[in-house]
Design a protein around this ligand. Sequence first.
Ligand SMILES: [Zn+2]
Length: 137
Amino acid sequence: MGCAFCGIKDERIIRDTQNTITILSNPYLVEGHSLVIPKMHVQRISELTMPVAYELFDEVVRMQNMVLERLGAPGCDIRQNFRPFLPDSRLKVGHLHFHVIPRYKEDELYLKSMIYEKDVFRELQDEQSRLIMERLR
Ligand SMILES: [Zn+2]
């Protein structure tokens, strides 16, 4: 299966720079949900060259500003998922991309999923904290 983002030519392209493409996401989670994609085919952020990483981050920040200023959304999520254990599908493309998602206090995404987030959060215990920090340092 070919990569859905390599050489993408789509009517949903919002912006095309030297090393990045930004498209309106389809499918989308919230109206105005876009994807900022490096033209270089990589799966992980660590595989980017510094000039591409810089340009990509710059585009992500630019899109967040557009969402807040042009769409008037009161909030905006930025997400990058790395889940190689999932097969490629319409919902999962193994080519690095950042989701820029306009957020509203009680948008559909919140009502259907994030509202349960409080049930997932747990109190971090001291010993558990120490062990995890040892592994992450
Ligand atoms: Zn690709």
